[in-house]
Write a protein that binds this ligand. Structure first.
Ligand code: GDP
Length: 315
């Protein structure tokens, strides 16, 4: 398809489709805008889990076993912290630590998160644009049956066990899109927006909840297509299905279509979910049935091509 592509991504699922898009599009044609609602500061270090997952995945350095961090990691730093009686609930491998120390130094020099991301991604040899959704802090708070929990406390420390009632994104009203996201939205050549198969509540909602992004989507003149993160009634990975159940949503590709509603023009669903197509189309959302589970880089490229062709057909 012609034009530039803006992909919105969280961590694992988002990164895998972003990798496919990066493999099939020349660098000048793709911007990946990444959720920063999961970001926090830990041991004095600025942690951006989704930016790092996207960055490591595009650089071919992601740790595929854990879904976060770097491949071939070692843990001497974490062991030493434990020996010293420090906090070990949030794990930072030795190689990953280097990323965080570098990001700290860049931010301390007065640069923005966008500039830090450019520098780190560039050093890892990534030629496509990876940008944070905003340079202003937005912090996801999970309202649970045990009270409000900062995202990483809910996700890592409490392993998503508390029951979810709602999500809040502190700072979102004042958050402007990052310069890279703004540029992608205002690019006269923009051909489509792709919402990657990321967690709709905690990865995509913060990005599309930034007021300027929400306004763009409401008034869009390019197709917005999403890929369902729910396949066969289950999340491929992570707590999306548990969250849907606790929020009273139907755990299916149809539930995803109902969640996004008129904010999307099309939804790519897995072959095993083909039976939902008529009900999704009845919502006014076009459907593309495709193999959506990405087990290999070839799977990511295939889904990227399918998604681009789908968007092209909706122009
Ligand atoms: P997180 O920040 O690491 O949780 O990452 P994301 O929000 O990007 O990804 C989590 C979502 O991605 C989950 O809802 C998964 O079901 C979905 N996901 C992960 N891998 C795949 C895949 O290969 N295909 C599809 N369709 N969804 C996936």
């Amino acid at each position: 398809m012609a034009g530039t592509i803006l992909a919105l991504a969280g961590g694992v699922g988002g990164a895998k489709l972003a990798r496919g898009l990066a493999d099939v599009l020349e660098p000048g044609r793709l911007t990946v805008a990444v959720n920063t609602g999961d970001d926090f500061e830990h041991m004095g270090l600025p942690i951006s889990p989704d930016l790092d997952t996207v960055m490591y995945t595009l650089a071919g350095r992601a740790n595929k076993e854990t879904g976060w961090g770097v491949a071939d990691e070692t843990w001497s730093f974490m062991e030493a912290i434990g020996d010293l009686g420090g906090e070990t609930w949030f794990r930072l491998g030795d190689r990953d630590l280097a990323t965080h120390v570098m990001r700290r130094r860049i931010l301390d020099a007065g640069k923005t998160l966008s500039e830090a991301t450019d520098a780190l991604a560039g050093a890892l040899g990534i030629r496509h644009r990876i940008v944070p959704m905003s340079d202003r802090p937005v912090r996801t708070v999970v309202e649970t049956d045990e009270g409000p929990l900062p995202f990483q406390d809910y996700f890592v420390r409490r392993r998503c066990e508390p029951r979810v009632a709602a999500f809040r994104f502190e700072g979102i009203e004042a958050a402007a899109p990052s310069p890279g996201l703004s540029a992608a939205l205002s690019d006269p050549d923009l051909g489509a927006v792709v919402i990657c198969p990321s967690n709709p509540y905690v990865s995509v909602a913060p990005i599309v909840g930034i007021p300027t992004v929400a306004e763009f989507i409401d008034a869009r003149d390019v197709p917005v297509v999403a890929v369902s993160p729910i396949v066969g009634g289950r999340a491929v990975k992570g707590p999306a299905a548990k969250m849907m159940a606790e929020l009273g949503a139907e755990i299916s590709a149809l539930g995803i279509a109902q969640h996004y509603g008129t904010r999307i023009d099309g939804l790519a669903i897995d072959e095993v979910d083909a039976g939902f197509a008529p009900d999704i189309e009845a919502l006014g959302v076009a459907v593309r049935v495709a193999p959506t589970v990405m087990r290999s880089e070839e799977d990511s490229r295939t889904l990227a091509r399918e998604t681009l062709a789908f968007a092209d057909g909706l122009r």
